[in-house]
Design a protein around this ligand. Structure first.
Ligand SMILES: Nc1ncnc2c1ncn2[C@@H]1O[C@H](COP(=O)(O)OP(=O)(O)OP(=O)(O)O)[C@@H](O)[C@H]1O
Ligand SMILES: [Mg+2]
Length: 379
């Protein structure tokens, strides 16, 4: 696989010891991408970088999609960085600001336009003039503001609250969400016309668990950085410990991994971590995914049919749950089971107690994926 560096400024932001580790590794067997802090070797992220490169120099609106912690903000920053736009990148978290305040935050307001508006205020669209506005958690925006935003996107003008004047703006818009906006449109919560305006170029970030070897390179990158910050020697992972890290589904994606590594770096008493040094919930996952190995022929002493079938069933269920971030509805669909059957099996097998991850039970948003290699056949 080709190592990809978004833009020509390889590792231009990083001068930390973590990055030195990165550079050394890239001359050995493992190569990695590092730009604006985005590290990845997997092919789906390489495609993302190539889209970022193509779209950055245009004025096109970009919609970044992906589960929480997959790096949506990093991608937005990379697009802005590569755009060559002279203005600032101005982020706005549309989910964290109440509607009335968000309106004046985005578009500004005139003095006296509402109680408490003692001075006029410049909105973030204006602050982002000649730069980029990053509308994070766009799926949370109220219908009223969706209408106003659509008009701004169409006319490239803003009208501050309480004002009749309009201000021309030259702003690149990047929006992000971890919601399925198509579903939101279907449910009538998100305007269809705004959706199409925003997703001129959609960029979909894969979940960490679908990024192959990235878990390993991110573990090493974050560990080198965390230990560098703590001025302590880099803590390594034994191969078994690394396998445990790789078997965990990482529902919080890169952010969850980054935080865990920071904690491990602080708490580690040794310079080499073994599986038992990792939190129980990570190891629980691996036990649940125990690999069933079969020879080409049955051993002469025979096999315990019921036990093997049981284990195989447990493994299939664990894989489906991992792949769907513990979304039971989606996992049931992957296994062509109905949801109640799956839930009963999970209970019976005690899987829920083994894996302590946040379960949003009725979400129906996980993409089905092909499963392969369910049995490993040995000679
Ligand atoms: N590929 C990556 N390489 C290095 N660090 C990464 C990568 N992806 C994400 N991170 C780090 O993980 C954390 C989460 O990333 P970011 O905030 O961009 O995710 P997000 O998708 O915006 O999350 P949320 O949906 O929760 O807002 C950040 O600290 C970021 O630096
Ligand atoms: Mg974010």
């Amino acid at each position: 696989m080709q190592t990809h560096v978004a833009g020509s400024q390889e590792a231009s932001f990083d001068s930390t010891s973590a990055n030195q580790a990165t550079t050394q590794r890239s001359s050995t067997s493992i190569r990695q991408t590092s730009f604006a802090g985005i590290i990845s070797e997997c092919s789906s992220m390489q495609k993302v970088f190539s889209v970022v490169e193509k779209v950055a120099r245009t004025d096109t609106t970009v919609l970044v999609l992906g589960e929480s912690g997959t790096g949506k903000e990093l991608i937005a920053r990379a697009v802005h960085k590569l755009s060559g736009r002279t203005g600032k990148l101005v982020p706005v978290n549309c989910g964290a600001i109440p509607e009335e305040i968000l309106e004046s935050e985005l578009f500004g307001h005139e003095k006296g336009s509402f109680t408490g508006a003692i001075n006029s205020k410049i909105g973030r669209f204006q602050l982002a003039d000649n730069g980029t506005i990053f509308l994070d958690e766009i799926g949370e925006m109220s219908p009223k503001l969706q209408v106003k935003l659509l008009r701004v996107l169409q006319e490239r003008k803003v009208e501050p609250v309480g004002s009749t004047r309009t201000i021309d703006i030259n702003v690149r818009v990047i929006a992000a969400t971890n919601k399925d906006l198509k579903e939101e449109v279907k449910a009538g919560r998100f305007r269809e016309d705004l959706f199409y305006r925003l997703q001129v170029v959609p960029i979909e970030l894969p979940a960490l668990r679908a990024r192959g070897n990235d878990i390993e390179i991110l573990v090493e990158h974050f560990m080198a950085r965390a230990c560098g910050n703590l001025s302590k020697p880099v803590v390594e992972f034994s191969p078994e410990a690394m396998k445990t890290m790789q078997s965990y589904p990482w529902p919080g994606n890169v952010r969850e991994l980054e935080n865990l590594i920071e904690r491990l770096a602080i708490l580690a008493d040794t310079d080499r971590l073994l599986p038992q040094d990792l939190p129980d919930y990570l190891r629980g996952q691996q036990n649940a995914c125990e690999i069933i190995e079969l020879g080409e022929d049955l051993p002469s002493q025979g096999v315990d049919f019921n036990d093997l079938v049981e284990k195989f069933e447990t493994r299939l269920i664990s894989m489906a749950l991992s792949k769907t971030n513990w979304n039971k509805k989606a996992a049931a669909r992957l296994l062509h089971l109905n949801r109640t059957t799956l839930v009963e099996k999970i209970k019976k097998k005690g899987l829920a107690e083994k894996i302590e991850v946040t379960v949003e039970d009725d979400r129906d948003d996980a993409a089905p994926a092909m499963m392969s290699g369910l049995f490993r056949l040995n000679e």
